[in-house]
Design a protein around this ligand. Structure first.
Ligand code: TLP
Length: 349
């Protein structure tokens, strides 16, 4: 059986989740008449301590709709250089909002209020108008790193004093909460809006929500429609999300334990560089010293372990609902044998 560590997006609905989906009451959500979507939106808004929420097909859409709500063409967004919004969303800030991105180089995706302050521009017709700062928690390319709440609060104070909006890409906020014990609403409080995903570690098949003030979410509904994200009997999928929210948040700790086990095992392998203490949640990123990441990815696939090359010598493995501790424990051994076989091939070339 394959051990699939490419992403936590590969998770499939459990039988109980499928049952909840099959039995979901539905209606036309564009008329606001889908009771399950309405229940999900109310639940997630309350959980995050915000006035309102809107359900969308993907985390890319919730992020990009938020950007569109806050900016006009020519406006500027400040965000981290490897933020998903910038790195993995197909150039959407430019294409869909006409916004430009000003990048901060973070430490595993984390940056400070001083970093933001250094990027602020005076009001002057030469400059784009900075409207928005975006954070990511946990940070995907930062290896699932957690943004410290005190730093978030300092950034929020800075944003307020400069009339900047603050948005969180909280696709994996659930993981930050499980790891720290800090509640979703405490994490969400400093932000004007938060995007959360149900289809990653929580295991629901589809969807994300954007939460914020009534006014913000009303505008977001308009852009969701414009971007093609208005859905009809979406209660079928929203039921999976609601089930996941109510039943799968606590179990994320299992994924975090498995990630640590994996990191510690990988640390023992010659030619692999990883610091297990950097692994805070469910994402494990390791470097391959002498072997190109894509070559190792390919060999591991042949041996039944799926991972993702995320750089020339960097590989990501994400523990998730579909992978047991027993399977994770086997992975370092498989990586070691893959490395050994590749070393002999490479040294003969
Ligand atoms: N991340 C995916 C890929 O797109 C890289 C993954 O496998 O990790 N924010 C963050 C922080 C994300 O990691 C992702 C998905 C998204 C937003 C977008 O979510 P979707 O895939 O629903 O558009």
């Amino acid at each position: 059986m394959l051990i699939d560590l490419r992403s936590d997006t590969i998770t499939k609905p459990t039988p109980a989740m499928r049952e909840a989906m099959a039995n979901a009451e539905v209606g036309d959500d564009i008329f606001g008449e889908d009771p399950t979507v309405n229940a999900l939106e109310a639940y997630v808004a309350e959980l995050l301590g915000k006035e309102a929420a809107v359900y969308m097909p993907s985390g890319t859409m919730t992020n990009q709709v938020a950007l569109r709500v806050y900016t006009e063409p020519g406006d500027e967004i400040i965000l981290e250089s490897e933020a998903h919004i910038y790195y993995y969303e197909g150039g959407a800030p430019a294409a869909l909002s006409g916004a430009i991105c000003r990048l901060i180089k973070g430490d595993k995706g984390i940056f400070t209020a001083e970093d933001v302050e250094g990027e602020l521009r005076p009001e002057n017709p030469h400059f784009p108008r900075t409207k928005l700062v975006c954070l990511e928690n946990t940070h995907n390319r930062g290896g699932g790193s957690i943004f410290p709440l005190s730093e978030i609060e300092a950034i929020a104070r800075l944003c307020q004093s400069h009339h900047l909006k603050l948005h969180l890409d909280g696709a994996r906020l659930w993981n930050a909460c499980a790891a720290t014990g800090i509640s979703e609403s405490d994490y969400a409080k400093p932000f004007d809006s938060v995007s959360v995903c149900f289809s990653k570690g929580l295991g629901a098949p589809v969807g994300s929500a954007l939460v914020g003030s009534q006014e913000m979410i009303q505008r977001a509904r308009r852009f969701r429609k414009m971007f093609g994200g208005g859905m009809r009997q979406a209660g079928i999928i929203a039921a999976g999300a609601l089930y996941a929210l109510k039943n799968h948040r606590e179990r994320l700790l299992e994924d975090h334990i498995n990630a640590k086990i994996l990191a510690k095992g990988l640390q023992q392998i010659e030619g692999i560089v990883i610091s297990p203490e950097d692994v805070q949640t469910n994402i494990v990123i390791f470097q391959t010293k002498n072997i190109p990441a894509q070559v190792l990815e390919q060999r591991l696939q042949e041996l039944g372990v799926l991972v993702l090359a995320t750089g020339s010598h960097s590989i990501r493995a994400v523990t998730n609902l579909m992978v047991t501790q027993e399977q994770v424990e086997k992975v370092p051994e498989i990586v070691e044998s893959a490395m050994r076989s590749l070393k002999s091939v490479i040294s003969y070339q």
